[in-house]
Design a protein around this ligand. Sequence first.
Ligand code: WQD
Length: 340
Amino acid sequence: MKKILVTGGLGFIGSHTVVELQNEGFEVVIIDDLSNSSIEVLDGITSITGAKPIFEKLDLKHESSVIDFFKKHHTISGVIHFAASKAVGESVEKPLLYYENNLNTLIYLLKEVLLLPASNFIFSSSCTVYGQAEEMPITENAPIQPAESPYGNTKQIGEEIIRDTCKVNTNLNAIALRYFNPIGAHSSAKIGELPIGVPQNLVPYITQTAAGLRESLSVFGNDYQTPDGTCIRDYIHVVDLAKAHVVALQRLLEQKNTSNYETFNVGTGVGSSVLEVIKSFEKVSGQSLNYKFAARREGDITSAYAHTEKANKILGWKAKSSLDEAMKSAWDWEKHIRNL
Ligand code: WQD
């Protein structure tokens, strides 16, 4: 049974990926510092798959801890690296925290991965690297624009660190997955997007408003150059996104990659406006949502949705869930954690 390390494996996307890895028969070791996740997620994963992943609470900012971890787990066949801070607004307020937590940890990890017998590395990147792309849908060849936030910059720099390391280490095989907007939760409603504080992202704010935790949703701007005036994004079910990581890992394990550094967009290819997301929620929940139009949010781009041909044809992966299915899973999760 091949052993796979998942850093940030108790987080939103990480936990769903651990479930899909276990479903495919991998043994999983999770590293998480629990700074933005909770240990209960481990029980959620175990209750879904029946197999408890190995868990090590570890801060990847401490290089000595990273070195000791790999001394103990030297038979790892691949690494999927999620662990990072990811709040755009917070990154503007605390840039050094983001550069330290998102980049130092990547460097310490890569130094150890290079020493493994098989150096296979999947990196959690983001469509944020494209900024406001000129053309829609966005292809992997779209120019990388100057980052709008330190968070986005850490994803751009992270990709460059990996690319440059791959150039001079042919034993390192890496894939960067550029996520669009992950939403929803596992069908069991035993794992999902953990609500810590006031949600910054749209979908948890919608479900918390519907659950009565928030007064109403503020729609940040309805005067954009889009059909209904609200911003467009590519909302992808988190389980589809998790499956893309397993497929990308298997591509490296089976040595099917055509270069030792590849990038793939991971999205549905469908753009949905904020109002369309609200309508989808109202349809699947059967209840109307309390919302109002507000001022634009600083740093928001008008539109972003993925060109998915490369992932479909080369990776052999395609998103399966619709926006309605994803929104229903998000609502089911919210009702589960609020005992509604
Ligand atoms: C989506 C749309 C908002 C909240 C961010 C990160 C990205 C990734 C996903 C980590 C926008 C609107 C939102 C609200 C609203 N994170 N909105 N009212 O900004 O596309 O992407 O999260 O990888 O890197 O940048 O996602 O969900 O915050 O916003 O109207 O209360 O919903 O203006 O148009 P975003 P989001």
